[in-house]
Design a binder for this molecule. Structure first.
Ligand SMILES: Nc1ncnc2c1ncn2[C@@H]1O[C@H](COP(=O)(O)OP(=O)(O)OP(=O)(O)O)[C@@H](O)[C@H]1O
Ligand SMILES: [Mg+2]
Length: 350
């Protein structure tokens, strides 16, 4: 029976992309199993998840900014790292159970991706959260390596390649070769900052206070990083900053592009800094291989041409940028021994 159980749980090993905006769970056999916002709804002032633990992910995301006085929708990760340990554990517990269709006795081994810039203490927090949430064994992998493997870059070959992961809280830039990062840059400028830039712009230019969800909606619907063939506009609602009454305004894509520009240049700075660190031999590989963009931020229209223009390197967005890191974490599960040099465990952090 023990043998059977262990066989079963081995086949249930999971890869997890624990993101600021979205958490994805994947396995070798089933590919992407779960993909939900990293949001938990709790009773205010407590860490108790509402609706018998159902207020996690998609359900909780819909409540953001609209919760009644006694409920709070919390994003437990900020800037790629755990800001609320207990709530992260609940989020992971819920997702692990959901991935195993409620069989809470299954204790999988998990590979979790983390931003490359995080501290040992922050790494420990991720391991502890996952263990307490029911994982049998936890391995951490740096996000850029997971992204590189997820989009099939030749990360173990002598050929240099470059991946940029623009998430909700962090942008991770890495040049990879021979199974390791040749240069890495991690900055806390990503999707959330683009949303904030839109909130600020709309307040200053239109005297209208909008919420972060509305700003994200503007970004996704009419946002861009380079001029578009067909410029667009969108009507949004908010609160007038003077009369404090609800009011609508129409925004156009040129304005949104202007609002996004400073934050996009912050992301570009990280890419250029990383390139400056690369040895010349690798630089010539990159001229051929170019840059692959992943993460939700890569979906911003015109981003590849913006990066291409500013760096002079061919740039493309992966076909499924939102799942790249999660797909990569699941690929490490194929052979934990082969990939041991990429993975760190609790003992390594002593
Ligand atoms: N079509 C789109 N255009 C622009 N941005 C988008 C689009 N779709 C999603 N995003 C943004 O992508 C971000 C989420 O991306 P992703 O899921 O890769 O982040 P994450 O992995 O949770 O965060 P991190 O890696 O920083 O911890 C959000 O800021 C979201 O607004
Ligand atoms: Mg991410």
């Amino acid at each position: 029976m023990a043998w059977l159980l262990s066989r079963f749980s081995i086949s249930e090993d999971l890869g997890i992309d624990l993101g600021t905006a979205n958490t994805l769970v994947a396995s070798r056999e089933r590919g992407i199993i779960l993909d939900e916002p990293s949001v938990v709804a709790v009773y205010k002032g407590t860490n108790e998840v509402i609706l018998d633990g159902m207020g996690v992910g998609e359900e909780a995301y819909r409540m953001l900014g609209k919760t009644p006085a006694n409920i709070e929708a919390v994003r437990p990760l900020k800037g790629g790292v755990i800001a609320d340990f207990e709530i992260t554990e609940k989020l992971l517990r819920y997702f692990l159970r959901k991935a195993h269709e409620g069989r809470s006795w299954v204790r999988p081994r998990v590979v979790i991706s983390v931003p490359s810039g995080i501290t040992t203490v922050e790494r420990r927090a991720v391991i502890n959260s996952a263990e307490r949430a029911g994982a049998r064994k936890v391995y951490l992998v740096d996000e850029p390596m997971a992204a590189g493997l997820g989009v099939d870059l030749p990360i173990t070959e002598a050929l240099g390649s470059m991946v940029v992961d623009i998430g909700g809280g962090t942008t991770e830039v890495a040049i990879l070769a021979l199974g390791g990062p040749v240069a890495v840059k991690s900055v806390k400028v990503a999707g959330d900052d683009l949303d904030e830039a839109i909130v600020d712009f709309v307040r200053n230019a239109h005297n209208l206070q909008i919420g972060p969800q509305t700003a994200e909606h503007l970004k996704i619907t009419i946002g861009s990083a380079a001029p578009m063939e067909q410029e667009k506009s969108l009507e949004v609602a908010g609160r007038d900053t003077l009369s404090l009454r609800p009011r609508k305004a129409i925004l156009n894509s040129e304005e949104i592009r202007e609002a996004l520009d400073p934050a996009l240049r912050g992301i570009l700075r990280a890419i250029l800094d990383c390139l400056e660190e690369a040895p010349p031999e690798i630089a010539s590989d990159l001229l051929e291989q170019g840059i692959v963009l992943v993460g939700g931020g890569a979906l911003l229209p015109g981003l590849a041409s913006f990066v291409e223009q500013e760096t002079g390197l061919p740039s493309r967005v992966d076909a499924e940028p939102l799942t790249a890191v999660a797909r990569g974490t699941a690929r490490f599960l194929e052979d934990l021994d082969l990939y041991a040099s990429f993975l760190s465990e609790g003992e390594d952090l002593a």
